[in-house]
Design a protein around this ligand. Sequence first.
Ligand code: UDP
Length: 246
Amino acid sequence: MSDRIRILGVPVDMVNYSEALDRFKKFIEKDGVSLIVTPNSEIVVNAGKNPDLMNAIEQAEMVIPDGIGLVYASKILKHPLEERVTGIDFLGKSLEYLAKSGKTVFLFGSKPGIAEKAAAKMEEVYPGLKIVGTRNGYFKPEEEEDILAEINNADPDLLCVALGSPKQELFVLKYKDRLKAKAAIGVGGSLDVWSGDLKRAPEFYRKHGLEWLYRFIQEPSRYKRMAALPLFMLKVVFSDKSQTKG
Ligand code: UDP
C-alpha cells in the first residue's frame, strides 16, 4: 500500500501512473466495488465544506492526485507527489488494460448521446474493449433504482461515472454495497472530451500546468470555479503542516 498524505484534511495517495494502474489491476481481480476518486484543488476545497464529499473521499480505495495544485501543495507540505496523475489519462491507461484483458466497462453520465459517442471512440482507440452499457447522467431520484439495475444487468468490471463532483462520488458510495462492478471511478467531464464535444487542452497548456487557463478560454462562465485554485494555494500555505501524513 502506498503512502497517503493529507492536503487540507483530504487524503491523497502518493501514486504515480504506474502505481495507480497496478492498484487498479488488483481492484479488478477482487470482489466488491473499489471506488477511485480523482480530486483536484477545487474538489479538495469543496470537501472541506461538504462532509458527505469528504466522507466519500475518505472511503475511497484510491485517491489520485488529479491537479497541478495538489502537486504544488504537496511540495509546500514537504511530502512531494512525484507527478500529477490526471483522471483522464489514468482512465485511458485503465481502458487500455481492460481492452487487453477482455474486461468490460459501463459509461454512466453526461448529456444524452455523449456516452454513446465516447464509447464508440474508446472502442476505436482500444480495439477489443467491451463497453457493455451507457446511460446519460440526467435523472430524477426515483430513477436511481432503474439505473442501478441497468448497470448490474450489464455487470461491468469498471463503472465510469461522469456526473461531476460531488454527485459522482456520492452516487457510488450510496450504492457501493449493491453495485456489481469491480471498480468505479468518477470521471467528471472526461466523456465530453472522449466524445469530441469538449476539446482537451493542447500539449503546451498541459505541460505547463495551464489546463485551467485553456478551460477558462473555452468556457468563460466557469470563472468563479477558477478562483478556487489561488484560494486553495493560500489555504495550503497557512494550513497546519503537522496534519500532513496518513
Ligand atoms: N453531469 C451529469 N449529470 C448532472 C450534472 C452533470 O451527467 O446532473 C455531467 C455533465 O454533463 C458533464 C459532467 O457531468 O459531462 C462533468 O461536469 P463538470 O465539467 O462540471 O465536471 P468536472 O470535470 O469539472 O468534475
